[in-house]
Write a protein that binds this ligand. Structure first.
Ligand code: ADP
Ligand code: MG
Length: 280
C-alpha cells in the first residue's frame, strides 16, 4: 500500500467528457472508491446541478441533508454537507443541488470549496456535467488534472477531442489522461468498433485505462455499490479495471488487463501505454 504521508499535497482531478452518458459519473465513483480502498482520503464532488446522480451510484442518496450550493450560500458548513460513504470512512461525497438554478455555482466559489477540501483529503475528484458550457467551466476551474472519459464511438471521440482542446487552454491543468469506456473486444476484433489505438491516435492522449462494456456496471449502479468495491472470487473484469486505474492514478505502474483482446492488439495497447505513460 502506498504511504500516505501528510506532506503529500492533495490532487484535484476533474472527470469530464463533453458527451453525456459515456461514463463520467461511473468513473468518478469507481476511481474514487478504488483510491479510498487503497487507503487514501477521497472527496467526490458532484457538479451536475439539477441532475445529480453520483449519490445514487454510491448508494448515498438517502443520507443527503445539505449540498454544495448550501455550502456556497452559507446555509451550512462544508463538513455538514459531506456525506460519508457507508463502506469506507475515508470516502466522502459533496452532493450537487437539485435546483434548476445553476447560477449558484461559479468557478470562483468552486475554487473556494475545493481549497477547503484540500486540507483534509488526498484526492478530490470532480464529476462534471455533460457539455462544454458553464457546468464544464465550473467543474474544471479548481482542478489541476483531468480524466477524459470517452467510448469508442465517433461522436464520443469528437466530443472528447473538443474537451481536450479546451483543457489545453487551461494553464492550471497540468495533464490529462483518457479512460476508454464500454470497450467491446469482440466488436473491435470484427472491426465493428473503433480500435483503442485509433482513438488514442485521433486524440493523441495518454491512456489511463480501458473499461469493458459490462452489464454488472448497470447492476452496480442500481445497487448503489461501486463495482470497484465488489469482492469475491468471481468479480467482473470491470472491478479490476477500475482498481487498476485507481492504482495508476495513485502513481503505481500497473500492467494493462488482458481483455481477451487478441495478443497483437494488446501488445499495441501496451506499447502505446509505454510511450504515453508518465507517472500513471
Ligand atoms: P455520464 O456521467 O457520462 O453521463 P454515466 O456514468 O452516468 O455517464 O453512465 C451512463 C450509463 O451507462 C449508466 O446507466 C451506466 O450504468 C452505464 N455504463 C457506464 N459505463 C458502462 C460500462 N462499461 N458497461 C455498461 N454500462 C455502462
Ligand atoms: Mg454523469
Amino acid at each position: 500500500m502506498a504511504s500516505m504521508t501528510e506532506q503529500q499535497p492533495c490532487r484535484v482531478i476533474v472527470v469530464t467528457s463533453g458527451k453525456g452518458g459515456v461514463g463520467k459519473t461511473t468513473s468518478t465513483a469507481n476511481i474514487g472508491a478504488g483510491l479510498a480502498r487503497m487507503g487514501y482520503k477521497v472527496a467526490l464532488i458532484d457538479t451536475d446541478i439539477g441532475l445529480r446522480n453520483l449519490d445514487i451510484l454510491m448508494g448515498l442518496e438517502n443520507r443527503i441533508v445539505y449540498n454544495i450550493v448550501d455550502v456556497i450560500e452559507d446555509r451550512c458548513k462544508l463538513n455538514q454537507a459531506l456525506v460519508k460513504d457507508k463502506r469506507l470512512p475515508n470516502l466522502c461525497l459533496l452532493p450537487a443541488a437539485q435546483t434548476r438554478d445553476k447560477s449558484a455555482l461559479d468557478p470562483k466559489n468552486m475554487k473556494k470549496v475545493v481549497e477547503k477540501l484540500k486540507k483534509d483529503f488526498d484526492f478530490v475528484l470532480i464529476d462534471s456535467p455533460a457539455g462544454i458550457e458553464g457546468g464544464f467551466q465550473n467543474a474544471v476551474a479548481a482542478a489541476s488534472e483531468a480524466i477524459v472519459v470517452a467510448t469508442p464511438e465517433m461522436s464520443s471521440v469528437r466530443d472528447a477531442d473538443r474537451i481536450i482542446g479546451l483543457l489545453e487552454t487551461k494553464d492550471h491543468i497540468e495533464h490529462y489522461k483518457l479512460v476508454l469506456n464500454r470497450v467491446r473486444p469482440d466488436m473491435m476484433r470484427s472491426n465493428d468498433m473503433m480500435d483503442v489505438d485509433d482513438v488514442i491516435e485521433i486524440l493523441s492522449v495518454k491512456l489511463l485505462g480501458l473499461i469493458p462494456e459490462d452489464k454488472d456496471i448497470i447492476v452496480s449502479t442500481n445497487r448503489g455499490e461501486p463495482i470497484a468495491l465488489w469482492e469475491g472470487p468471481k468479480t467482473p473484469k470491470a472491478t479490476l479495471a477500475y482498481q487498476n486505474i485507481a492504482a495508476r492514478v495513485a502513481g503505481e505502474d500497473v500492467p494493462f488487463l488482458d481483455f481477451d483482446i487478441p495478443e497483437t492488439f494488446m501488445d499495441k495497447v501496451k506499447g502505446l501505454f509505454k510511450i504515453g505513460s508518465g507517472a500513471a
